[in-house]
Design a protein around this ligand. Structure first.
Ligand SMILES: C[S@@+](CC[C@H](N)C(=O)[O-])C[C@H]1O[C@@H](n2cnc3c(N)ncnc32)[C@H](O)[C@@H]1O
Length: 247
């Protein structure tokens, strides 16, 4: 599987590409990640890629020519040309079913925005898939691109040491969570591992896990949101935990 990341900050990926599963997947030739600096397609002698919005307003907008021409040039680098994905808060929200869909593609171009986002004509010309990693605003598309790579490579055959890991994961079925996991020590600060997990009775363990997974999924559905309980939410930059502990 091939990812092409189009960004103004390719250096943000240096460390990410050199760790853990992704590093191994690249070394084994299962995954390729190519980084491209959109600034290299600037028409301006100072490599400018953004400008003020027509009609006024705050911030800067990514100009259409460097982004469109960078995408076209990168697509022409290899076959197949790949699916163009625009990372944007307005896109389809990333879920595990969407991750599975993305993993079927042999090549994805991940276009990372910055500043106030993209000139609308980038959408009009490229007809990209638009994906959001959630209903909040990141400073740029680089972390969302890493999130997509991180989720998708898990589904590329051979990337995980044990393919069984994928079979029982949370969100395979929307809303369904995995059961609780334990490892050594058997007792930690008075908290014991459930005895059934030490019993060696595989049928009983499977039944317990199924029951716990259902319980955990239900608890999550019923859990009140922190947004609905603002008095329990730490205000930014406060010493909330310390104050709370002494009050
Ligand atoms: C500061 S954001 C711009 C937000 C834009 N002004 C808006 O209100 O939709 C800059 C870039 O970060 C990326 N980005 C921010 N949040 C994102 C999210 N939730 N999902 C995907 N990309 C996101 C996009 O590429 C976006 O163009």
């Amino acid at each position: 599987m091939r990812f092409d990341v189009l960004t103004l900050f390719p250096g943000l990926f240096d460390s990410y590409l050199r760790h853990s599963l992704l590093e191994d997947a690249i070394a084994k030739g299962l995954v390729q990640v190519h980084l491209w600096n959109i600034r290299d397609w600037s028409h301006d002698k100072h490599h400018k890629v953004d400008d003020r919005p027509f009609g006024g307003g705050p911030g800067m907008v990514l100009m259409a020519p460097p982004v469109v021409e960078c995408v076209e040039a990168v697509q022409a680098q290899a076959q197949p040309p790949g699916r163009v994905i625009l990372l944007t808060p307005a896109g389809e929200r990333l879920t595990q079913p969407l991750v599975r869909r993305l993993a079927q593609e042999p090549r994805l171009l991940l276009v990372c925005g910055r500043y106030e986002g993209f000139d609308e004509r980038i959408r009009d010309i490229l007809h990209p898939w638009e994906i959001s990693i959630g209903d909040y605003i990141c400073n740029g598309g680089e972390v969302p691109a890493m999130v997509i790579i991180d989720c998708v490579i898990r589904l590329v055959p051979g990337v995980l040491g044990d393919e069984q890991s994928i079979a029982e994961e949370s969100h395979n079925t929307p809303g369904e969570l995995e059961y609780p996991q334990y490892t050594r020590p058997r007792v930690y600060r008075g908290h014991e591992v459930p005895p059934v997990l030490l019993s060696g009775n595989h049928a009983a363990i499977a039944a317990w896990r199924q029951e716990q997974a259902a319980l955990r999924s239900q608890q999550r559905r019923l859990r009140p949101s922190l947004v609905d309980a603002p008095h329990e939410t730490p205000p930014p930059h406060s010493s909330w935990p310390a104050e709370k502990a002494t009050s």
